[in-house]
Ligand binder design. Structure first.
Ligand code: NAP
Length: 415
C-alpha cells in the first residue's frame, strides 16, 4: 500500500486492479474523490449520499464504495502548498476510477488549467459526454426527447495540443518564414499561427473506444463528425482512420452507411452497428432537426467541444450535463460545469450533473442496477416538480428546493 502524506486510505476498501486487460472491480472498491472548489463542496456531499444510498439499496450491503478523499485545487493548495500534488495523481492512477468536483483554475499557477493538466498527465484521451433529456425539464427545442447521444471527443490533440505562436514574436516569424519559403505557403507576416495535429494513434484509440461502447451498451450507430471537406489531412483523415478501425477491427459487427445501401437495401441487419460520418456544420443542423437518427458520436477535439455544449443546451443546460475523461483504464468522472463561486456553500445549486457523472461511473464499474436506480429517482424527482432553482425557473408550477433537500428527495424516490 502506498504511503501518502495527507491521503488516508479507507479501511475495509480494496483497490481496483487490471487483470487480462480488463478492470477487476472488488465489491468494496476504493474510489478516490476530489471534492472540488466552490459549489464542489455542495454537490459532492449530495452526490456521495445519493450514490451510497443507491448502492446500498441495489446490493443490500454486498457492495459498497470506500471513498478516499484526495486533494486538488484550493484545498490542496492549503494542505500541500501546491494545486495538484503528485500523490493525488498517483492515487488516481493506481486506483483507476475517480470522481471529481469542479476546480478553480489558479491565476498565475503556471499551467493553463488544472482540469486540462489532469487529463494530460493521466492520458485521459476520451472526453465522454452523454446528452439525454429528462421528462419535464425546460428546453428551447420542441422535441428534446428525441436527443439521446453520447459524445466521444478526442481530448489530447487538435486545438488541445495547444501549439501556437503569438503575432510578431521571433518564433512566429521563424515559423512563417519557414512555411512560406519551404512549403510555398502565403501566410501574412502579421499572423498568429496555430498547429492542429491529428494522429492515427489519437484517432484510432478514440474511435475504437466509441465503437466498443456502442457494442457494450447495444447502441445503434457511431457517427464520425469531421470537417474533412476543408481540412483533408487532419479532419478528413480522422474520418478515414475511423472507418479503418471500424472495418479492420470490428468487421463482423458493423455496417457502413455505404454498405447499408449497396448490400442491405437500406435495411439495417439485426445486432450490428451502423458507422456513418457527417461534416461538422451539417451535424449541428442534424442534432436539431433529425436528432433521433444519432446515437454515439466520435469527434476530434474542437468539433466535440462545440457540439457537446450545443447538445447540452437542448436538454436543460449545465445542471444536467455529466461527463467523464477516460483513458485505457483510468476513468475520471466529473460534471462539465465549473465552480460557480457565487453559489458556493449556499446549498442551492443543482447537483444533477455530478450525480449523473456518478451514474456513468457506476456503469463503468458494471454496477448498472445502482446506476439505473439513480436515473429513475432523478426522473421521479423532476416529475414531482421539486427541483433546484435552475430547473424551477424553466418549469411551470415547480417548487424550488436546495441542494441537500434535492438529494434527500432523490434518495426517497429510489425504487
Ligand atoms: P461555471 O462555474 O460553470 O458557472 C457558470 C454558470 O453556469 C453559473 O453561474 C450558473 O448559471 C450555471 N451553473 C454552473 N453549474 C451549475 C449547476 N450545477 N447547476 C445549475 N447551474 C449551474 O463557470 P464560470 O463561472 O465561468 O467558472 C468558474 C470557475 O470554474 C473558473 O475558475 C473556471 O476555471 C472553473 N471551471 C472548472 C471546470 C472544471 O473543473 N471541469 C470547468 C469549467 C470551469 P446561473 O447563474 O445562470 O444560474
Amino acid at each position: 500500500m502506498a504511503k501518502y502524506k495527507h491521503i488516508v486510505v479507507p479501511p475495509g476498501g480494496k483497490p481496483i486492479t487490471v487483470k487480462n486487460k480488463k478492470l477487476s472491480i472488488p465489491d468494496n472498491p476504493i474510489i478516490p474523490v476530489i471534492e472540488g472548489d466552490g459549489i464542489g463542496r455542495d454537490i459532492m456531499k449530495a452526490t456521495r449520499r445519493v450514490v451510497d444510498a443507491a448502492v446500498e439499496k441495489s446490493y443490500q450491503g454486498k457492495k459498497r464504495i470506500a471513498w478516499m478523499d484526495v486533494y486538488a485545487g484550493e484545498r490542496a493548495n492549503d494542505l500541500y502548498g501546491e494545486w495538484l500534488p503528485k500523490e493525488t495523481v498517483a492515487a488516481i492512477k493506481s486506483h483507476y476510477v475517480a470522481l471529481k468536483g469542479p476546480l478553480t483554475t489558479p491565476i498565475g499557477g503556471g499551467f493553463r488549467s488544472l482540469n486540462v493538466t489532469m487529463r494530460q498527465v493521466m492520458n485521459l484521451y476520451a472526453c465522454v459526454r452523454p446528452v439525454r433529456w429528462f421528462r419535464g425539464v425546460g428546453s428551447p427545442v420542441v422535441h428534446p426527447e428525441k436527443l439521446n447521444v453520447i459524445i466521444f471527443r478526442e481530448n489530447t490533440e487538435d486545438v488541445y495540443a495547444g501549439i501556437e505562436w503569438r503575432k510578431g514574436t521571433k518564433e512566429v516569424k521563424k515559423v512563417i518564414t519557414w512555411l512560406n519559403k519551404t512549403m510555398k505557403t502565403k501566410i501574412r507576416a502579421d499572423s498568429g499561427v496555430g498547429i492542429k495535429p491529428i494522429s492515427v494513434t489519437g484517432t484510432k484509440r478514440l474511435v475504437r473506444k466509441a465503437i466498443n461502447y456502442a457494442l457494450d451498451r447495444k447502441r445503434s450507430s457511431v457517427t464520425l463528425v469531421h470537417k474533412g471537406n476543408i481540412m483533408k489531412y487532419t479532419e478528413g483523415a480522422f474520418r478515414d482512420w475511423g472507418y479503418e478501425v471500424a472495418k479492420k477491427e470490428f468487421r463482423s459487427k458493423i455496417v457502413t452507411e455505404d454498405e447499408l445501401w449497396s448490400k442491405h437495401n437500406g435495411q439495417m441487419p439485426a445486432g450490428k452497428i451502423l458507422i456513418k460520418d457527417r461534416i461538422a456544420d451539417s451535424m449541428f443542423q442534424q442534432v436539431l432537426t433529425r436528432s433521433d437518427e444519432y446515437d454515439v458520436l466520435a469527434t476530434p477535439n474542437l468539433n466535440g467541444d462545440y457540439l457537446s455544449d450545443a447538445c447540452a443546451a437542448q436538454v436543460g443546460g449545465l445542471g444536467m450535463a455529466p461527463g467523464a475523461n477516460i483513458g485505457d483504464y483510468i476513468g475520471l468522472f466529473e460534471a462539465t460545469h465549473g465552480t460557480a463561486p457565487k453559489y458556493a456553500d449556499k446549498d442551492v445549486i443543482n447537483p444533477g450533473s455530478l450525480i449523473l457523472s456518478a451514474v456513468m461511473m457506476l456503469e463503468y464499474l458494471g454496477w448498472d442496477e445502482a446506476a439505473a436506480m439513480i436515473e429513475g429517482a432523478v426522473q421521479k424527482t423532476i416529475d414531482n416538480k421539486t427541483v433546484t432553482y435552475d430547473l424551477e425557473r424553466q418549469m411551470e408550477g415547480a417548487t424550488k428546493i436546495g441542494t441537500s433537500q434535492y438529494a434527500t428527495n432523490i434518495i426517497a424516490n429510489m425504487a
